[in-house]
Design a protein around this ligand. Structure first.
Ligand code: AMP
Length: 281
């Protein structure tokens, strides 16, 4: 596996594989099998797979969250090698954000960025759009692999690529879960034993929402029950929203023609967990 740390090294690598298709998996490291499932999806479709590891400061709205974000670079490299990844790009902040800056086109994304995560993490998606734009511009992949774990993020990046009229195809990948249902996440490793036992409750309430979808309970009742269940279990809930999977607009009444997804963000102590589940499929 090529370990690329500078733009010059990345460019050199791209020259060597110029005729091959490239699959790109951007990450913030502390890799787990959720990330590796994206690598596997890329390897199944593309001739070359490159992963980036960059803990992007501009998408953290709280300095303490950035400071506490797990960093396990040696183990990450081992995992990527075991998955037969062709290259990993581990840039510094100075490479991604040069003093001279770079031109970020202006995108119309407010309708997707203002809600859910965006409403609770001001500026978060500005940082995500900025870094993904920069990374895809440098890597120039054919396919960009992103997890549905961050449902809103991949919806925003899909819309960004559409507005760029980019040839890059975004490939959304299903959520990998632990055997007890907890969505894999780099943040899970910060959970205490007790918190780790409570954490799968998030998936339980999502499944209950799915089981009750289009029965006698209204979307608002399903939402209220879910929030109640999480709070009783000891979570502090940022949101539990049932939204249209295309527009992210809240669904207040059943509508069979709309694809519904339940999205949740909740805290256990100082650890924020997010998850989601399609309700209509
Ligand atoms: P992160 O390192 O958290 O920025 O995640 C990098 C990529 O991996 C994003 O596209 C995530 O959506 C994806 N990802 C993270 N966790 C999972 C998971 N449990 N299942 C599938 N994809 C995931």
């Amino acid at each position: 596996m090529e370990i690329l740390k500078t733009l010059a090294e990345l460019e050199q690598w791209r020259k060597q594989i110029a005729t091959k298709t490239i699959g790109f998996v951007p990450t913030m490291g502390a890799l787990h099998d959720g990330h590796l499932s994206l690598i596997r999806a890329s390897k199944a479709q593309d001739e070359q797979t490159i992963c980036s590891i960059f803990v992007n400061p501009t998408q953290f709205n709280e300095a303490s969250d950035l400071a506490k974000y797990p960093r396990t670079i040696a183990a990450d490299i081992e995992l990527l090698m075991s998955a037969d990844t062709n290259a990993v790009f581990i840039p510094t902040s100075a490479e991604i954000y040069p003093a001279a800056g770079f031109e970020l086109p202006s995108f119309q994304l407010e309708h997707l960025t203002n809600t859910l995560e965006g409403a609770h993490r001001p500026g978060h998606f500005d940082g995500v759009v900025q870094v993904v734009y920069r990374l895809v511009d440098l890597v120039q992949p054919d396919h960009l692999y992103m997890g549905l774990k961050d449902f809103q993020q991949q919806a925003i990046i899909a819309e960004m690529l559409r507005q760029m009229e980019s040839a890059i195809e975004l490939v959304p990948c299903t959520i990998r879960r632990e055997p007890d249902g907890l969505a894999m996440s780099s943040r899970n490793r910060r959970l205490s034993t007790e918190q780790r036992q409570l954490a799968p409750k998030i998936y339980d309430v999502l499944r209950t929402a799915k089981a009750t979808w289009q029965t006698t309970e209204s979307p608002t009742e399903i939402q209220a029950n879910a929030i109640n269940q999480l709070e009783l279990a000891g979570f502090e809930v940022d949101y539990f929203e049932i939204v249209d999977a295309k527009t992210l607009a809240p669904i207040r009444m059943f509508d069979k023609s709309v694809s519904a997804i339940a999205c949740v963000a909740a805290w256990l102590g100082d650890i924020r967990l997010i998850d989601n589940l399609r309700l209509d499929t």
